[in-house]
Design a protein around this ligand. Structure first.
Ligand SMILES: [Zn+2]
Length: 301
């Protein structure tokens, strides 16, 4: 198992330099084989600048001591099965949980939202919400250390809660962060964090996605109505409550609702990720849905 893991990872890394012969330091093309690295990857030496390098020099995994284990973590993140928890993964690989966590954050930094999708035809739009989280935040520590310099961070008060948790306070709750989801019938989809729930924000985010001949399906939100009015789009309003989501025939928002379900299922095990990392989690979900190969991701970075 361990050996197979290693060889697969190596061949993925190797693929970088077997095709590309230029030196990452000086760009020279004259090189010679120069043994193997500690992780058994072919090392080369540039005949121009006499520096040695391997396939991963200069890449995102260039300075990782165990690139083979990193590739296992990456495969776990992008695979079809539910990702393991950081602790479980760390135990399985025999490394520290903070290492796995750091690698996960590293992966977040190399996942760029893939080429912007284009939408056409009937386009569905809706928002889902994620509870704000200051997990890992140092704000209270800083406040207690120096109350004059750092004000206490805002927090929900008793009046913000109902028996079912935080109330949504139609359009006002600062504790529920909106995530815009858009989908069309051709399979294009998008998750995007919005800074707030104002109509103008939704309109601004949606405007570049909508071709002029599209039909917009959404709930009665102001942003969508303003958008349709401003661009002269056909707008079909569907209810947001179960049972009212199909206006007539093909006009519904079932695709975005299934994206929402997909999002909820994906995010649940993380018990409310810290808001500062939420963008990373959203992009992670996107690459899981579109299906990117681990080697592809490392090579592109
Ligand atoms: Zn060189």
């Amino acid at each position: 198992m361990a050996l197979r893991r290693q060889t697969a990872a190596i061949s993925e890394i190797e693929a970088r330099t077997t095709n590309d012969e230029t030196c990452p330091f000086c760009g020279g093309v004259d090189r010679q084989r120069w043994g193997r690295t500690r992780t058994k990857v072919q090392r080369y030496r540039c005949k121009g600048c006499l520096k040695t390098y391997s396939g991963r020099t200069g890449s995102v995994i260039g300075r990782i001591h165990r690139p083979d284990l990193f590739m296992v973590v990456l495969q776990d993140m992008l695979g079809n099965s539910v990702p393991l928890s950081v602790r479980k993964l760390a135990r399985r690989l025999g490394i520290n949980k903070y290492t796995v966590w750091r690698w996960r954050m590293l992966v977040f930094s190399i996942i760029r939202s893939s080429s912007p999708m284009s939408f056409a035809g009937i386009i569905e739009a809706d928002e889902t919400y994620q509870r704000e989280s200051r997990k890992g935040s140092r704000e209270w520590v800083r406040h207690i250390a120096d109350p004059k310099k750092t004000p206490p961070p805002p927090r929900p008060r008793w009046e913000d809660f109902t028996t079912k948790g935080l109330k949504m306070m139609r359009g006002l709750s600062r504790w529920q962060l909106p995530i815009l989801t858009v989908a069309d019938r051709g399979g294009s989809h998008l998750f995007q964090r919005l800074p707030d729930r104002r109509a103008a924000t939704i309109q601004l985010a949606m405007a570049p996605l909508m071709p002029s001949d599209a039909v917009l399906c959404s709930n009665r939100g102001n942003g969508y109505e303003d958008l349709a009015a401003a661009h002269g789009l056909e707008h079909v309003v569907v209810g947001s409550k179960p049972g009212t989501r199909v206006a007539s025939g093909c006009y519904h928002i079932q695709n975005v609702n299934s994206l929402h379900a997909c999002y909820k299922r994906f995010i649940k095990p993380f018990c409310g990720p810290a808001t500062k990392n939420l963008d990373g989690y959203i992009r992670w979900l996107e690459v899981r849905i579109t299906g990117v190969q681990p080697a592809e991701l490392v090579r592109a970075s």
